[in-house]
Design a protein around this ligand. Structure first.
Ligand code: G1P
Length: 292
């Protein structure tokens, strides 16, 4: 039987250069989509998947993430005293993680995503874990990570979530090579980091969600550099193909690429259009703006 997935690694050390100057003094993961920071969506996705132990791999200027998931005593006390702020109090408290369930460790040098995940090794130990890149915002029910966990329970192996992208974009992603799909899962035969369009084995891109076996650390331990001179997670995952079950799952829900300004804007509009409390007003607003 597959070991239960209890832990997630959230690599959040990136500088967010595409969002300067907003990210000059603030973590990019704290940028807000409607009313909550990007990182909270990733955490809620994990909770939906039954995962409630977190390793945040952070860097300088990221303290707000830790504060966000802590209890906020003064704020909560003030909201309580006001008497009419029960809903706000509930929202604030819902963003608090269970005591002792989150670890914040720093990636001291920007050596790549593989290196960031490797920094979490002692806190993960020898069990399967989820990896979520919070720049990618996923909206679906069940969540993308919950779907990966279910798939892992079936196969006991590594699973990556993939989506089709236009061929000219392969150079921005880890691209997989797969056998034909069976029951929504396709056995992987390869994964290449950021291949040129003419060299890409397919147009199926890894979208920053995975369940990974701890053996990945054995490969990351070697600190081998790959594409862009960085230690790549995809390279370490590729080494497990053939040794451990490894599948790609085509994700069919909504995905917003919040690593780009337009994707981030789309996320704000898309999430607002999908929420019962904001949908009607957002629709009316957009209609008005497009007419004007
Ligand atoms: C990273 C990964 C890449 C993956 C992508 C998804 O790239 O290295 O394999 O497809 O995230 O967003 P980055 O966007 O950090 O350059």
């Amino acid at each position: 039987m597959a070991q239960r997935v209890r832990k997630a690694v959230l690599p959040v050390a990136g500088l967010g250069t595409r969002f300067l100057p907003a990210t000059k003094a603030m973590a990019k993961e704290m940028l807000t989509v409607v009313d909550r920071p990007l990182i909270q969506y990733a955490i809620e996705e994990c909770l939906d998947a039954g995962i409630d132990e977190f390793v945040f791999v952070t860097g300088r200027n990221k303290m707000a993430i830790e504060d966000h998931f802590d209890s906020a005593y003064e704020l909560e006390a003030t909201l309580e005293q006001r008497g009419n702020k029960a809903a706000e109090l509930k929202l604030t408290q819902a963003a608090t993680l269970k005591q002792g369930n989150a670890i914040f460790t720093r990636q001291q040098k920007p050596l790549g995503l593989g290196h960031a995940v490797w920094c979490a090794r002692h806190w993960i130990g020898r069990e399967p874990f989820a990896v979520l890149l919070p720049d990618e915002l996923m909206v679906s029910s069940p969540t993308c990570t919950a779907q990966l966990v279910t798939a892992h329970e079936k196969t006991g192996g590594n699973i990556v979530a993939v989506m089709n992208v236009p061929r000219e974009q392969t150079k921005s992603y880890g691209i997989v090579a797969v056998k034909p799909e069976k029951d929504g899962l396709a056995e992987m035969t390869g994964i290449v980091e950021k291949p040129k369009p003419e060299e890409a084995p397919s147009t199926l891109a890894w979208i920053g969600r995975s369940v990974v076996l701890p053996e990945v650390f054995d490969h990351l331990d070697r600190h081998e550099k790959g594409a862009g001179g960085e230690i790549q997670l995809t390279d370490a995952m590729a080494k497990m193909i053939g040794n451990k079950p490894f599948h790609a799952m085509t994700y069919t829900g909504q995905r917003y690429d919040c690593g780009s300004r337009i994707g981030f804007l789309e996320a704000n509009v898309g999430v607002a259009l999908n929420r019962a409390d904001t949908a009607a007003e957002t629709r009316a607003l957009l209609t008005r703006m497009l007419k004007g």
